[in-house]
Design a protein around this ligand. Structure first.
Ligand code: SAM
Ligand code: SF4
Length: 486
């Protein structure tokens, strides 16, 4: 998360930057096999790979698909870079520190590229830093052999073939495409919750953001493909799906069905076996009443909306090119708060955008008070290359950004403490994600994505949905006990 701070009191995970829930056991699309039989039989072993991922859930899921491509080519995944003949870093460049992290990882290989599996090691950089830095990565780290941005993942099989045939510098940097990344095999990290990217890229142009440069233009996937993937997942036992997109609700079905985003949510919720459908990240401008109507009418659509506001000041929002004012944003919040079901709302906020005055910042604090978010992810503004904001005047000094961030955190913490206290004795349905260290204790998450730690003497609840009565909270989670019924 870079220097971003996550304060849903850790009790509510957002869509974009929340910590991973469960990373093991890895699930291949082919039940019971770490790689498909046909791949094992027909493709020569190319060696082993190690893949480390930085950044958001979209990156996490891209990595699941990249791993699928590699497994299908006959590679085997290993747990450490030392054991891998192909070491891959899937990078994020949203904030500066993430790129620094990559170059410190790459520095390890400066003097020696080892051998693994009897083959010389090769290093690849994937994702946003790859797209942003391009060929310059070869100058800064000449021992890197593959540089590939996310819009070129669809060409990975060809790029890998060139690497395998001995080419020393292979690039996939074309990001002006209308194609999406389709894979036959995805190696999934979580046995119950599956990600499905429904829209890639971004057509907005927020003044601070690198995503439109690094992920290319907006491309939506055919609704029939999305639903077929979901049915396949449900047949393999997945019960929760999370639709992903930088602006997930800008989804525009390219097929003749022209399904609206809300219709896709409804159809997804009707797939047999699917209990929960969540989606992230929604852009306020494209957030329409039919989405709230769908949440109200269909219990399977999760009652959580992550709706990044970025600032509470219309003046700053204009400078950020967010395409809505504070008042227009509050109208969207009113829509959500007007739902019959109680819907949790989380947000992202940037403090210290160039020219942000104390008065602007106070308006952001006022917005927190007004909306009473269930969770806030806050970030100090970080200037990014090629973005309009990077050359704006009146940069805010680092110490002042830190002060504003700390003030905002404190404010939100107080708001959440009051809100969490009110949940005492509520009943929630919890998906059981894992067993805690303490005997008879488990953890999971609710439909609105709160982390719940609870006690249960039933030893067979892993992966099930159970009713939990809330008995208290910590700064990091809700506490409760397994109950007989909701
Ligand atoms: N597409 C999403 C949206 O429109 O809100 C967000 C995508 S971005 C991966 C996640 C969050 O990172 C943003 O909501 C913003 O708060 C933060 N972010 C993006 N660029 C940033 C920058 N240059 N400095 C600080 N935070 C930034
Ligand atoms: Fe970046 Fe704005 Fe696109 Fe979100 S909507 S990815 S913040 S440009």
């Amino acid at each position: 998360m870079g220097d971003g701070i996550h304060i849903p009191l850790e009790s509510l995970q957002n869509g974009g930057n929340s910590p991973r829930a469960v990373s093991k056991p890895a699930q291949s699309e082919t039940p019971g096999a770490s790689q498909p039989r046909s791949a094992q039989e027909s493709v020569a072993q190319h060696g082993t790979f190690f893949l480390e991922t930085f950044g958001c859930q979209m990156n996490e899921h891209d990595s699941e698909k990249v791993a699928g491509v590699l497994l299908a080519r006959g590679y085997r995944q290993v747990e450490t870079p030392e054991a891998a003949s192909l070491v891959l870093y899937n990078t994020c460049s949203i904030r500066e520190k993430a790129a620094q992290k990559l170059f410190s990882r790459l520095g390890v290989y400066r003097d020696t590229l080892g051998k693994a599996d009897g083959q010389p090691q090769k290093i690849g950089v994937l994702g946003c830093v790859a797209q942003q830095e391009g060929q310059a990565i070869f100058s800064r780290a000449p021992w890197v052999s593959l540089v590939c941005g996310s819009a070129s993942y669809r060409n990975l099989p060809q790029l890998l073939a060139r690497l395998e045939s001995g080419e020393e510098r292979v690039t996939g940097l074309d990001n002006d495409t209308d194609e999406t990344f389709e894979t036959e095999l995805t190696r999934r990290d979580n046995p119950w919750r599956a990600y499905i990217t429904i829209i890639e890229g971004c057509d907005k142009s927020c003044a601070y953001c690198v995503v439109p440069f690094t992920r290319g233009p907006e491309r939506s996937r055919d609704s029939a493909l999305v639903l077929a993937e979901l049915r396949g997942l449900a047949e393999r036992g997945y019960s929760e799906v999370q639709f992903l997109g930088q602006t997930v609700n800008s989804y525009a079905d390219p097929s003749p069905r022209k399904m609206r985003f809300s219709e896709l949510l409804v159809e997804a919720g009707q797939v047999p076996g699917i209990r929960r459908v969540r989606f992230t990240t929604s852009h306020p401008r494209d957030f329409t009443p039919d989405i709230v109507e769908a949440i109200d009418a269909h219990a399977a659509i999760c009652n959580h909306v992550h709706l990044p506001v970025q600032s509470g000041s219309s003046r700053v929002l204009r400078a950020m090119q967010r395409t809505y004012s504070r008042e227009e944003y509050l109208e969207k919040i009113a829509l959500i708060r007007g739902a019959k079901r109680k819907v949790a709302v989380t947000t992202d906020i940037i403090v210290g955008f160039p020219g942000e005055t104390e008065e602007d910042f106070q308006q952001t604090l006022g917005l927190l008070e007004e909306v009473k978010y269930e969770g806030v992810f806050s970030f100090k503004y970080s200037p990014r290359p090629n973005t309009p904001a990077a050359s704006m005047p009146d940069a805010i000094p680092e110490e002042e950004k830190s002060r504003r961030l700390a003030t905002l955190l404190e404010k939100q913490r107080a708001i959440q403490t009051v809100a969490l206290g009110k949940l005492q004795n509520d009943m929630v349905e919890v998906h059981v994600d894992g067993k805690a260290k303490k005997e008879n204790h488990w953890y999971g998450h609710s439909s609105c994505n709160r982390v719940v730690n609870f006690s249960s003497s039933d030893g067979g609840i892993l992966g099930r949905y159970v009713p939990v009565r809330i008995s208290g909270c910590t700064p990091n989670s809700l506490l409760g006990e397994h109950a007989a019924a909701l």
